[in-house]
Design a protein around this ligand. Structure first.
Ligand code: HEM
Length: 363
């Protein structure tokens, strides 16, 4: 039995809405008054677990081809609705706990079919999701989820890249280096339960080491020399890894202290600089794979990617120079980059689908 297409479409629409609303909440948190966004306090969880959790859950459900695997994206999408409705944190936390647990089960099943290191890595990423949800369910405030939210995304992405990096022959010793870095991330995130400052600094070291590992071993270092979509993807990946390295360094030096000058920069070099560069880089392959839609890559995809880099740089400069105005405009430019991405993706898909339906004229 497969999951009906209307349910898949509904889940995908909730994910896109979570991105748009999450960014609006972020702008509200930053002091922009563009209407009054719902539930600004859930900005981080709605973007990480509501938007990205749903997308990653869908991607994995499609890859494994089992209908029960859709529980993850369906419950993650449901959590978007409970967050927007301002439902008690316990309800949202419980939905996300079950969603993350099913994702862990999915990786356990996948490992039995294909016992590879990248599956273990993504499985540890899914466990980090469960721990983020559990921490929330235990009544902890949103900032205390941050190390686990970050670990979920970083380990999932590192796992996906490891799957491809096999192409450039990673050695047992390079895999041990990666395992060491992952252990540091997990140890740091656990220590953050008892000492937020020390834990964040240790997790930051792990994040930095993972960034250096990816910069060294990812196939993107070779494919950047090629042209077209391949070069675009490689550029997005490499610049994203550089942001992850900057973020790791900021976590080590600032300790991710809530309310401190460097807090916003330490968060968004990671969640915007690294994660959104990854999303932009992967869009040309994920959209056809997930939705079966045509995606004829065009050079306009470079515009949001480049604007994202400029806008994150402006925001970080504002943060570090303690200039509220510069930071605020950096945030607005971040939002424009993400909006452009959504618009260009929709236009590209429409163009591709129309071209598919157009009858071919024999020449
Ligand atoms: C236009 C884009 C964005 C804006 C304007 C924005 C704004 C903000 C602001 C003002 C904060 C509070 C920082 C502080 O207390 O000093 C924050 C926190 C946070 N943001 Fe963003 N953000 C944006 C994009 C993102 C994205 C794309 C993600 C994730 C993929 C993200 C994840 C987080 C997380 C995890 C937190 C900390 C938890 C929380 O306080 O909710 N942000 N953001």
């Amino acid at each position: 039995m497969t999951v009906p297409v209307p349910i898949r479409i509904a889940v995908a629409l909730v994910a896109v809405s979570a991105l748009v609303l999450g960014v609006w909440m972020g702008l509200t948190r930053m002091g922009w008054s563009i209407g009054s966004s719902p539930a600004p306090g859930t900005h981080g969880p709605i973007l990480v677990l509501g938007f990205l959790g749903t997308v990653i859950g869908m991607e994995r459900a499609v890859a494994i081809g089992k209908s029960w695997a859709w529980i993850t994206p369906i419950l993650a999408a449901a959590s978007v609705i409970t967050m927007l409705a301002g439902a008690p944190g316990e309800l949202t936390g419980a939905l996300l706990l079950v969603a993350g647990t099913v994702l862990v089960m999915l990786f356990a099943v996948a490992y039995r079919m294909q016992p590879e290191a990248h599956i273990i890595l993504m499985g540890i990423g899914a466990i980090s999701w469960v721990l983020a949800a559990g921490t929330w369910l235990a009544g902890e405030p949103v900032p205390s989820l941050v190390p686990w939210l970050a670990a979920f995304l970083i380990l999932t992405i590192a796992g996906e890249r490891l799957e491809l990096a096999r192409l450039i022959a990673t050695t047992p010793s390079s895999k041990r280096q990666l395992a060491g870095a992952v252990a540091i991330v997990i140890a740091g995130s656990m220590i953050a339960w008892v000492s937020a400052d020390t834990g964040a600094r240790i997790a930051g070291l792990g994040n930095l080491l993972i960034a250096l590992w990816l910069l060294r071993y990812d196939i993107a270092r070779r494919t950047i020399r090629l042209g077209g979509v391949t070069r675009y993807m490689a550029a997005g990946l490499l610049v994203g890894y550089a942001w992850l390295a900057v973020s790791g360094t900021l976590w080590i030096t600032t300790g991710l202290e809530f309310g401190s000058t460097g807090y916003d920069a330490a968060l968004h070099t990671l969640f915007l600089g690294f994660i959104m560069s990854m999303i932009m880089a992967h869009a040309p392959i994920v959209i056809p794979a997930l939705a079966g839609l045509a995606f004829p890559f065009g050079r306009e995809m470079w515009v949001p990617l480049i604007l994202l880099q400029i806008s994150v740089s402006v925001r970080v400069a504002g943060d570090l120079a303690d200039s509220y105005e510069v930071k605020k405009w950096g945030g607005m430019l971040n939002a424009i980059a993400l909006t452009l991405l959504v618009l260009i993706v929709v236009a590209t898909v429409i163009r591709g689908e129309l071209a598919k339906r157009r009858p071919h004229v024999a020449g």
